[in-house]
Design a protein around this ligand. Sequence first.
Ligand code: SF4
Ligand code: F3S
Ligand code: FES
Length: 247
Amino acid sequence: MKRHFRVWRGDASGGDLTEFDVDVNEGEVVLDIIHRLQATQAPDLACRWNCKAGKCGSCSMEINGKPRLGCMTRMSTFTEDETITITPLRTFPVIRDLVTDVSFNYEKARETPAFAPPVGVAPGEYRMQQVDVERSQEFRKCIECFLCQNTCHVVRDHEENKEAFSGPRYFIRAAELDMHPLDARGDRKEYAQSSQGLGYCNITKCCTEVCPEHIKITDNAIIPMKERVVDRRYDPLVWLGRKIFRR
Ligand code: SF4
Ligand code: F3S
Ligand code: FES
């Protein structure tokens, strides 16, 4: 069956949607259609992908305006007469066609202080309870597709916020390390607030909605960190204790 597609083509200097009619077979996903386009009508169409199994996080794109993985979006989710519009991630600069420059995320990863073991504990001597391993397991499912980063309105429409805002992917990293009983780097919640821009997040939960790994980014990472930062800063007893012990 033929289906109608509009695919954004261009580069950093500009571009436009190109119309295609493509054969679609039962059981196919959007990435299959892009591959068919490359094999037939548009051999130079640029698209990043790797695993075709929802695990490498490479094939992030916007499909009918929604940030999604091309390899995990079944063609059967669209009605037969629906035009399918495929565009690159909007928050990151376009390199070519559907490929964007996601180095913003790697810069934020580099800025996030790495795990630091307690002094005197050598690699191989780390011991922790299974319950502590399991607490942050959800956050380690992240495939770094950056759909959450692309969706968050703090940077999606505000280039000027990028410097101060690390984004939801790095808030879950902070929360994961905050739950780590051996991490000796210091208070990750305070760091998230003071250096990662946690305060910019107004809990819209759009990041959680698009996460293909169904990580509860907002409920399980962002909100608990925000609550504890606020507790510490505004709890009168904590405030009094700080005043006394600072003297
Ligand atoms: Fe992708 Fe989810 Fe990881 Fe964000 S948290 S980068 S949406 S897997
Ligand atoms: Fe952005 Fe997620 Fe907060 S979308 S505003 S980081 S809840
Ligand atoms: Fe790996 Fe889609 S190709 S997640």
